[in-house]
Write a new protein. Structure first.
Length: 430
């Protein structure tokens, strides 16, 4: 018999999948039962259920419905806590009756999907409450709804585990102090809270689309969680708004290209070098559907414009067929919403494609507050690319070398090293 510490690959994969896809659902439903004061308890119970799966499944094999097995185990552990802890004494009959409902068999789902979906949205709005500091909102959402560890979150935001743990502790303390209700807000309160929800979902997706640090440029699990939560928001009457659909379209267009953004060795590929046959056509079609739905309102947001830019790339048959003039026009409009140096820098790519690399360099030099980008690797990478297209190998090498020093992911570093190496033989001849 195999020892449980030597887990079969399918068991490890199943539990990892559950941790990513199901843990947030379980935490949300248990938080709805226990109350927000006991959010940590809900997380602990789910963690313990997953640990028991690790101990049990290698011996007995995967259950017919792993998700239901985990939820049932978490429920039973939670009931043990309720019956043991004095803090639940007043609510014990109510909680026990609610959690003791049973399905027709050991592998049936206890809680209906709609109930779980509603609780996940309630928890998302809690995580993005304005009483919680902005820097902690995304960390809390990743931890509670995405099942990410403190270590993973610390890597994502280039800070220490201790700093993330402190943010999470303070966020939960703020939830208790502010008596934040476990609900989806309505009216003016909904409008105020949606802004924070949209921005948090956007930041979560961006961290998956382009990881801040580490061996992998793309974190598919982070992208997928952001898409799941945004789709959940779009399907609910409270979040069924044009801007939500625009954000979801942007995520889908971007994630559709993930498989082609790196080669088999994990090395970064430029847009022009990507195999478009590897792009996810159903995901692009789904993005076009939500982009169309985003046009229902009269207002245009930054998400609408970013999604439209991404759609231009996704619908072009080849790099040379890309409508760069339309993309440049969209960037011009986007600058009215967001005039940050990063957006201005992205705009220079379109300028270089429409007007040539020298115009791209001049556009970079004209960016207001350009100094803010001095430590941003992409600034120097783009300047190196523009100089290289002009045949200026020496300044191109200088920029690529600086960009290489600043890059944080292995795939970016290896890509820039190759670009630098390509410039160096030419500089030696000068």
């Amino acid at each position: 018999m195999e020892h449980p510490n030597s887990k079969p690959p399918e068991v490890s994969q199943a539990i990892e999948h559950l941790f990513r896809h199901e843990a947030g659902k379980m935490v949300a439903i248990l938080t709805g039962i226990f109350g927000l004061d006991h959010l940590t308890l809900a997380e602990d119970v789910v963690q313990e259920a997953l640990a028991r799966a690790l101990q049990t499944w290698p011996f007995y094999g995967l259950p017919d419905n792993p998700s239901a097995w985990i939820m049932r185990t978490a429920r039973n552990l939670a009931l043990d806590v309720v019956r043991r802890e004095k803090v639940f004494r007043d609510k014990e009959p109510e909680i026990t009756r609610f959690m003791d409902r049973d399905g027709s068999g050991p592998d049936t789902v206890i809680f209906p999907e709609q109930e779980i979906a509603d609780d996940r949205l309630r928890l998302l709005f809690v995580c993005c409450h304005p009483a919680i500091p902005a820097e902690a909102q995304v960390a809390l959402a990743l931890k509670t709804l995405g099942g990410f560890s403190v270590t993973e979150i610390s890597h994502a935001f280039l800070t220490t585990e201790a700093a993330i743990a402190k943010r999470l502790t303070r966020a939960k303390q703020k939830i208790r102090e502010a008596r934040i209700p476990f609900e989806i807000p309505a009216g003016e309160e909904l409008a105020r809270r949606l802004e924070g929800v949209w921005q948090s979902l956007y930041l979560i997706f961006n961290e998956g689309y382009k990881a801040s640090v580490g061996d992998k440029l793309v974190r598919e699990d982070v992208c997928a969680e952001a898409i799941r939560l945004t789709a959940l928001l779009a399907e609910h009457p409270a979040g069924n708004q044009p801007r939500t659909h625009a954000l979801l379209a942007l995520m889908l267009f971007s994630a559709a290209r993930n498989a082609a953004r790196v080669d088999d060795s994990g090395n970064l590929l430029r847009l022009k070098d990507q195999n478009r046959k590897q792009w996810n056509s159903p995901m692009i079609a789904r993005g076009l559907f939500h982009l169309a739905r985003s046009g229902a309102g009269k207002q245009i947001s930054e998400f609408h414009l970013q999604a439209a830019i991404a759609a231009c790339h996704c619908t072009a048959k080849s790099y040379n067929d890309t409508d760069w003039r339309k993309i440049l026009s969209l960037y011009d409009r986007l600058m009215k919403f967001d005039s940050s140096p990063v957006v201005a820098l992205n705009r220079t790519v379109a300028i270089a494609e429409v007007e040539g690399p020298q115009a791209g360099i001049e556009a970079v030099q004209a960016i207001p507050n350009l100094r803010e980008l001095e430590s941003y690797y992409l600034l120097h990478a783009l300047l190196g690319e523009f100089e290289s297209r002009l045949g200026n190998s020496r300044p191109a090498a200088v920029h690529f070398r600086r960009s290489l020093q600043l890059a944080q992911t292995r795939s970016e570093q290896e890509f820039l090293a190759k670009r630098l190496q390509a410039c160096e033989p030419a500089t030696q001849k000068l």
